[in-house]
Design a protein around this ligand. Structure first.
Ligand code: ATP
Ligand code: MG
Length: 798
C-alpha cells in the first residue's frame, strides 16, 4: 500500500526526501541558498499530519518573519487541507506572546500586558538616563538600549550583569542602576520589551517546570527555519521545549534572592522529548549585530548528540551563472565548511553590471531595465531591488514615481512610528492595560487640554502617595488639588476612557462585538477632541495626519473581519509584532524594494543589487568590527542568491550620503566574481577617456602581490578554484563618463560665478573641505542652494 504521504515526496531529490521522512529526536538540515530547506520543512509538517503521526496542535514551527509564517501555513494547508488548523506556525516573538498571554499571571503580569517596541523602549530609557544623569558618564539612551538588548539576548539581567561587571567603574554602576530601574518600570507598567518576550518565556519555563511541562507535552514536533540566525535566548527556549517531560527540577539561586528551578533530564526518559528539526545555512547568518550566534547551528550536533544531518546541494532557484558568482564570493570567507551549490537548469544569462555617474543615474538604469524586463513579460511582482541602507531607496523612489513603475517598500513602512498613530495606539493601550503609565502620560495632554508638567507631576505624586496607578489617580481629579479648569479637563479624559473601555472590555462573561476595537477607537479619537483639533489646525501636515488616522480605523475594521473574536489586546499584539519584512499592503503587481537584510528567504525572477560599493557593501561601520567584513560578504551572498533568472549589480561613481558627496569605490566583493560572468554597461553617451578618477581608484585597489590589497579583505587564495584568476574588476570599464571631470586644481572662492551642466549658473557662497573632498556651496539662480564636490562636478568658472 502506498504511503499516505507518497505524493508529498514527488519531485524531491533523495536527500530532500530523506529529510521529509526521517523520524528521530533531532534532525539538522544544512544547505546553501535555494536548495529547498524551507520547502522541505513545509513538506515535513505535511507528512507528519498526513500520516497522522501528529495532531496539528502538536506542531510548533518557527519562521523568521510573520510573512514567512503566513506563507508556510498556506502551503501546508494546500497539502493537507483543513487539518492545518490549530498548528502554531509563527515567529519566535509571536509564539512567546501566546505563551506569555496564557501564563503571565504566574509571575506578576496580567494577560493584558503591553509590548514595548523600540520607540517605547527608547522613550522610557531617555527618561531614566536623564533621571540618573547617566549622560555624564557617556551613556546615551541609544547606547544603553543596545547594551541591554545584547545582555537580554544572552539571558543576563541587571543583577547577574552586576556580578560580572567592574563595579568600581562609575559608568558601569550607573548602567546597572538604569538597567535595573528600566526592568522595574516595565514590570510596573505590566509590559515586556521585545527581547523580554523571549527571555521571560525562558525564565518562566525554568522557574515553573510544571508550566514548561504543559508545553513540552503539547509540542511533540518543533521545527525551526533560518536556525543560523537564532540568538542565545532563542536557543535556550528551544532547549527548554525539547527537554523530556517531567524533568526533575533542581532549584538554584537565580539572583536577587529568587530561587529558580532548573529542569534537568530524568535518566531514561529521553524518548519523551519532542522531536526537533532545524534548518539553516551558516553562510546566510546576517544578524550577528542583533545577537544571532552562528554556533547554534555549527554546534548543533554537539548539543543534540545522535542528531541526523542531511545536506542538500542541488539548487532549484537560480541559474548556474548566478550560483557560480555566489559560490565564488562566499568562498572567500574563512572558517566555513565548503559546500558547492549546483543546478541543472543551465548557465542562463550573464549578470549585468552597471556603473552610473551618480545614484540618480544608477536609479535611472534600474528603472529602464525594469521596464525592459516588464516588456518581456516578467511581472513587476517578480522583480526586486535591494540596497544596504534604507536611505538609498530615496533616489530609486524618485525615478520610479516619475517613470510610473509601481513599487512597494518592504519593511520601510513607518506607519506605526508616526506621532499621530502612536498617540492613537496609546489611547488603546490606556484602555487595554491601564497600568501602562507611559501610554497614559502620552495622551494626558493630547490634544491640548491645558494639562502641563506641573499637573502631570501632581498626578504622579498622588498615585505614589495612594499607591495606586497613574490611571486610577486620573479618576480622582477632585483630590489632586489642581485648578477647576484643569480638573474638568482631567475628568473629561477619564470619562472618555471609561466609556471606550465599556465598549472594548465589556464586563465579565460578555463578549465584545467584532467591531468593538474600531468603534472604541473612533469614539476615543472623536470624544477626546483629537480629531477636531487636527481638523481646525491650519498646518497642512494635519490633513495628512487625519488621513492616517482614518487609515488606522480602516486597519481595525480589517482586523475585525479577519479575527471575529479578536480583542483590543489581540489587535495591539498584532501591530506590535509587525516586523521588518512584513508589509502591510498587498505587494502584488509592484516591484519590491528592500534592504539586503529583509531579503532573506525570498526569491524573485529578477534581482537588482544596488550600491555595490565600498562603505556600503561592505558597510563602513562593519570595517572595524571583528568578523564584520565576513558578515557583509554573507549579506551580499544572500542578495545574489535571491535571483532566479536575472541578476544585476550596479554602483554609482559619486554618491550623496552621510551628509556629503563622496567618490565611491567599487566593492571589493566584485573582485571575487569571475570576469566572464558579468557584462558591464555604462551610462549612455559616455566616452572612452582613459585615466581619471575611476581607473585610478581601481588601480589603487588592485591587490598587489600576495595577501590581498586592502584593509579587511581576506587574503586571496590563489590556486583555489573558487577564486577566479581574472575577476569581474579586471573587465570593469576602465573609462570614465564624459560628465565626470577632474577639477582637482580648480580654485574657487566665495563670490565666484560658475556654470553647471544641469543646474545652470550660480554663485559660490563658500568652499569647505580639503583636497579631493573640497565642496563648493553654490547658490544657483534657478535651482537654489546645492553642495558640489569640486573635483568631479560638471562645472566651469565664468
Ligand atoms: P533560502 O536559503 O534562500 O531560504 P531554501 O533552501 O529555503 O532557500 P526554498 O525556498 O525552499 O529554498 O526553495 C527554493 C526554490 O526551489 C523554491 O522555489 C522551491 O519551490 C524550489 N524547489 C525546492 N525543491 C525543489 C524540487 N525538488 N524540485 C523543484 N523545485 C524545488
Ligand atoms: Mg528558506
Amino acid at each position: 500500500r502506498a504511503r499516505p504521504d507518497a505524493d508529498l515526496l514527488e519531485g524531491l531529490n533523495p536527500p530532500q526526501r530523506e529529510a521529509v521522512i526521517y523520524r528521530g529526536p533531532a534532525l539538522l538540515i544544512v544547505a546553501g541558498a535555494g536548495s529547498g530547506k524551507t520547502s522541505v520543512l513545509t513538506r515535513r509538517i505535511a507528512s507528519l499530519l498526513r500520516s497522522r503521526e501528529a495532531w496539528p496542535s502538536q506542531i510548533l514551527a518557527i519562521t523568521f518573519t510573520n510573512k514567512a509564517a503566513g506563507e508556510m501555513r498556506e502551503r501546508v494547508a494546500q497539502l493537507v487541507g483543513d487539518r492545518a488548523q490549530g498548528m502554531w506556525i509563527s515567529t519566535f516573538h509571536s509564539a512567546c506572546v501566546r505563551i506569555l498571554r496564557r501564563e503571565a499571571e504566574a509571575f506578576g503580569f496580567t494577560k493584558s500586558f503591553t509590548i514595548y517596541d523600540s520607540g517605547d523602549t527608547r522613550a522610557l530609557l531617555k527618561r531614566l538616563v536623564k533621571e540618573h544623569e547617566a549622560d555624564a558618564f557617556g551613556l546615551t539612551p541609544g547606547s544603553v538600549m543596545s547594551k541591554i538588548s545584547k545582555l537580554k539576548n544572552e539571558l543576563a539581567d541587571a543583577e547577574s550583569y552586576a556580578r560580572s561587571a567592574n563595579m568600581s567603574d562609575p559608568a558601569e554602576r550607573v548602567f546597572v542602576e538604569v538597567f535595573g530601574e528600566y526592568q522595574r518600570a516595565l514590570q510596573r507598567a505590566n509590559a515586556f520589551d521585545f527581547d523580554d518576550l523571549i527571555g521571560q518565556t525562558v525564565f518562566l519555563f525554568r522557574a515553573f517546570p510544571k508550566i514548561a511541562d504543559t508545553y513540552r507535552r503539547r509540542f511533540r514536533h518543533i521545527l525551526v527555519d533560518e536556525y543560523q540566525d537564532t540568538n542565545h535566548a532563542q536557543y535556550a527556549l528551544i532547549n527548554e521545549l525539547t527537554r523530556p517531560v517531567g524533568s526533575d527540577a533542581q532549584p538554584f539561586d537565580g539572583g536577587g534572592g529568587m530561587m529558580i528551578f532548573e529542569a534537568t533530564p530524568e535518566p531514561g526518559s529521553d524518548t519523551d522529548a519532542a522531536s526537533l528539526t532545524v534548518v539553516g545555512d551558516s553562510d546566510q547568518s546576517i544578524y550577528a549585530f542583533r545577537g544571532a550566534d552562528i554556533r547554534n547551528i555549527t554546534e548543533f550536533e554537539r548539543d543534540y548528540p545522535g542528531a541526523k544531518v542531511v545536506l542538500l546541494e542541488q539548487n532549484y532557484r537560480s541559474t548556474q551563472n548566478i550560483l557560480t558568482a555566489a559560490n565564488s564570493v562566499i568562498g572567500n570567507n574563512f572558517d566555513r565548511k565548503d559546500k558547492k551549490l549546483w543546478t541543472d537548469v543551465g548557465a542562463g544569462e550573464k549578470i549585468v553590471g552597471f556603473t552610473g555617474y551618480s545614484q540618480h543615474d544608477e536609479a535611472q538604469f534600474v528603472a529602464d531595465e525594469i521596464e525592459a524586463l516588464h516588456r518581456t513579460d516578467i511581472d513587476y511582482s517578480q522583480m526586486a531591488v535591494f540596497y544596504r541602507t534604507n536611505s538609498q531607496s530615496r533616489a530609486l523612489e524618485e525615478i520610479f514615481i516619475r517613470s510610473a513603475i509601481p513599487y512597494k517598500i518592504m519593511g520601510g513602512t513607518k506607519f506605526y512610528e508616526r506621532a499621530e498613530i502612536k498617540d492613537a495606539m496609546a489611547y488603546l493601550v490606556a484602555i487595554a492595560n491601564p497600568a501602562d503609565e507611559m501610554a497614559v502620560r502620552r495622551i494626558l495632554n493630547k490634544p491640548r487640554r491645558g494639562i502641563g508638567d506641573v499637573t502631570e507631576t501632581a498626578i504622579a505624586r498622588y498615585a505614589a502617595d495612594q499607591q495606586i496607578t497613574f490611571r486610577d489617580a486620573l479618576a480622582n481629579a477632585s483630590a489632586l488639588g489642581v485648578g477647576p479648569k484643569i480638573q474638568a479637563a482631567i475628568a473629561q479624559l477619564d470619562a472618555v476612557l471609561a466609556e471606550a473601555a465599556e465598549i472594548m472590555l465589556p464586563s465579565s462573561g460578555e463578549l465584545a462585538p467584532p467591531t468593538a476595537v474600531a468603534e472604541g477607537l473612533t469614539l476615543l479619537l472623536q470624544k477626546s477632541g483629537y480629531m477636531s483639533a487636527l481638523r481646525q489646525s491650519k498646518d497642512p501636515q494635519d490633513e495628512a495626519r487625519l488621513e492616517n488616522l482614518d487609515e488606522l480605523v480602516a486597519v481595525t475594521r480589517e482586523f475585525a473581519r479577519n479575527n471575529p473574536d479578536g480583542t483590543v489586546i489581540d489587535f495591539l499584539t498584532e501591530v506590535a509584532l509587525v516586523s521588518d519584512a512584513d508589509d502591510l499592503e498587498d505587494a502584488s503587481g509592484s516591484v519590491s524594494l528592500m534592504t539586503l537584510h529583509t531579503a532573506k528567504g525570498l526569491e524573485y525572477d529578477a534581482v537588482f543589487v544596488t550600491g555595490v560599493e565600498e562603505d556600503l557593501i561592505p558597510h563602513r561601520i562593519s570595517a572595524g568590527e571583528p568578523g564584520g567584513p565576513q558578515e557583509e560578504r554573507r549579506l551580499f551572498y544572500v542578495g545574489i542568491t535571491r535571483a532566479r533568472k536575472r541578476l544585476y549589480m550596479s554602483l554609482a561613481m559619486t554618491r550623496a550620503q552621510f551628509g556629503e558627496v563622496t567618490v565611491a569605490m567599487p566593492s571589493r566583493f566584485l573582485q571575487e566574481i569571475p570576469a566572464d560572468l558579468i557584462d558591464w554597461r555604462q551610462s549612455p553617451g559616455d566616452v572612452n577617456s582613459r585615466g581619471g578618477i575611476q581607473s585610478r581608484a581601481l588601480n589603487a585597489r588592485r591587490p598587489g602581490g600576495s595577501g590581498g590589497g586592502f584593509g579587511g579583505a581576506p587574503a586571496r587564495r590563489f590556486g583555489d578554484d573558487l577564486v577566479p584568476k581574472s575577476t569581474a574588476l579586471d573587465r570593469f570599464p576602465n573609462r570614465i563618463p564624459a560628465r565626470v571631470r577632474d577639477n582637482g586644481d580648480m580654485i574657487l572662492g566665495p563670490g565666484d560665478r560658475i556654470r553647471h551642466e544641469d543646474f545652470g549658473e550660480g554663485r559660490v557662497d563658500a568652499v569647505t573641505g580639503e583636497g579631493a573632498k573640497r565642496v563648493a556651496h553654490v547658490r544657483f539662480d534657478k535651482v537654489g542652494a546645492k553642495k558640489l564636490l569640486i573635483k568631479i562636478a560638471p562645472i566651469e568658472k565664468i
